[in-house]
Design a protein around this ligand. Structure first.
Ligand code: BEZ
Length: 211
């Protein structure tokens, strides 16, 4: 049974570039992005890990820890980290799980046998501080992910957890948001004192709270 949105994600211990890692202890009370890579020393993965290292301050700002995974051992990861720094101009600044026995990959359903029975697909799991799965993305091996999109979705998750709003298509931080249809106009006057535009009774947009 695949892990589904809202499920508490499974705990594990596994080797990593930062030593043996007990996942729940490492997570603490942070948000987490766990993302898998098909294999060490592969080109798309090399660019992705460099990009995430450069974006680390953006994840930090949002209280999100990032952790990668590839189904190779730690000595292989150590050699690959040197290549990442050399070719991408960014040092690996987060742990990379060495999932040599595919324990975590199998636990999280990162291997899709009809795509490859040995390599993981490019899975992304966004996990909240209650250790619940809040968002997943699955890309094939040949297609690199867009980590700006991942930051955008985290902005939406964190905003919609705090306020009675949802975010429209292609929304970015700072843009107008949608008032939840369950909020009456009476309640909306209190919650959104700057007002709103009523396009339809079920579609009311307002300035992003706390922008
Ligand atoms: C890559 O990272 O470039 C890659 C990895 C596995 C299969 C295909 C591409």
């Amino acid at each position: 049974m695949p892990i589904q949105l809202g499920d508490v994600v499974p705990d594990f211990t596994q080797d990593s570039t930062e030593g043996p890692l007990h996942f729940y202890d490492w997570v603490g009370d942070s948000w987490v992005v766990l993302f898998s890579h098909p294999k060490d020393f592969t080109p798309v993965c090399t660019t992705e890990l460099g990009a995430v290292a450069k974006l680390k301050p953006e994840f930090d700002k949002r209280g999100v820890k990032v952790i990668g995974l590839s189904v190779d051992p730690t000595d292989s990861h150590a050699g690959w980290a040197k290549d990442i720094e050399e070719t991408q101009g960014a040092k690996l600044n987060f742990p990379l799980i060495a999932d040599h026995d595919r324990k975590v990959a199998n636990l999280y359903g990162m291997i899709h046998p009809n795509a490859s029975d040995t390599m993981t697909v490019r899975s992304v799991f966004v996990i909240d501080p209650a250790k619940k799965l809040r968002l997943t993305l699955t890309y094939p091996a040949a297609t690199g992910r867009n980590f700006d999109e991942l930051l955008r979705t985290i902005d939406s998750l964190q905003l919609t957890d705090r306020f009675k709003v949802s975010t429209p298509v292609n929304w970015k931080h700072g843009e107008d948001v949608i008032i939840l249809p369950s909020v009456s106009n009476e309640q909306a006057k209190e919650l959104f004192p700057s007002g709103w535009v009523e396009h339809k009774p079920y579609l009311r947009t307002t300035k992003q709270p706390n922008a």
